[in-house]
Design a binder for this molecule. Structure first.
Ligand code: NAD
Length: 261
């Protein structure tokens, strides 16, 4: 239980990678704030399940990561209720696939808000406490798309490249305060986010579902396998450990070899 008494906020943790991260941190003894959208009964089941299975405090906060005031209020509530925010996992994210000339302006704005600006707002709010306590772990869920591009994902690629830049700046600012900031850059992880973009990619590229999976998604990954949410969560736990105290400002790939090509 290497993270006992640590308090973690994981944004976008009602599903996919974020949920796996919240569960993995709780398994190590951290109290967790889960966040994101979904069916209230399902969310309550997950929250109660984490608290019971791992014997930690688990809180749900429904703050919308596209709204700066709600983000600041979420961090303040977490600090008030749990006493501190020691671990911040900026994971909430959405995707939209479209040729640039048809890319809806509101989708561009929404993706930039949730996939990039939300991390600025959470870090801005959580940093004073981390600096004062001289311990903190910030993990930004970037993507292989923070390092390389793919067509039809203008907003996502721009936001994730931006997140990688934000991460480096924060790491430098906090380097002498015992606070690390790192990006994790997964390749394709089988989650609802990937599943939802299949129909649009079929349309944008005129392909079948199987062709999208084999020729577009896994084509990028030399291992020809999806990354699992548990593998990403295990890396988050490692970055939160004392062994990772000198890893900061990094952007760590977990992408089946995608960005080696
Ligand atoms: P997912 O769709 O399964 O989960 C996304 C989570 O974000 C959900 O809990 C959702 O409710 C939440 N969310 C969405 N909009 C929100 C908002 N406005 N406010 C608060 N919460 C919001 O997606 P996932 O695949 O688990 O993705 C998680 C992160 O990992 C994202 O940042 C994504 O870009 C990144 N990522 C995913 C993959 C992949 O292949 N799945 C690859 C690289 C990076």
């Amino acid at each position: 239980m290497s993270l006992a008494k640590r308090n973690a906020v994981v944004t976008g943790s009602t599903s996919g990678i974020g949920l796996a991260c919240a569960r993995a941190l709780a398994k190590e003894g951290a109290n967790v704030v889960i966040n994101g959208f979904g069916d209230p009964a399902e969310i309550e089941k997950e929250r109660a399940g984490i608290a019971e299975e791992f014997g930690v405090t688990a809180i749900y906060d429904g703050a919308d990561m596209s709204k700066p005031e709600e983000i600041a209020a979420m961090i303040a509530r977490a600090e008030q209720t749990l006493g501190s925010v020691d671990i911040l996992v900026n994971n909430a994210g959405i995707q939209f696939v479209s040729p640039i000339e048809e890319f809806p302006i509101e989708k561009w704005n929404q993706i930039l808000a949730i996939n990039l600006s939300a991390s600025f707002h959470t870090i801005r709010a959580a940093t004073p406490g981390m600096k004062a306590r001289r311990w903190g772990r910030i993990v930004n869920m970037a993507s292989a798309h923070s390092l390389v591009a793919s067509p039809f994902k203008a907003a996502y690629v721009a936001a994730k490249h931006g997140l990688a830049g934000l991460n480096k700046t924060v790491a430098l600012e906090l380097a002498t305060f015992g606070v690390t900031a790192n990006c994790i850059s997964p390749g394709y992880v089988w989650t609802p986010l990937v599943e939802r973009q299949i129909p649009d990619t079929m349309k944008a590229r005129n392909l079948t579902r199987e062709q999208v999976i084999d020729d577009v998604l896994l084509q990028a990954q030399p291992t020809k396998q999806f990354v699992t949410v548990e593998q990403v969560a295990a890396l988050v736990v490692f970055l939160c450990s004392d062994a990772a105290a000198q890893i900061t400002g990094s952007n760590i790939s977990i992408d089946g070899g995608w960005t080696a090509a």
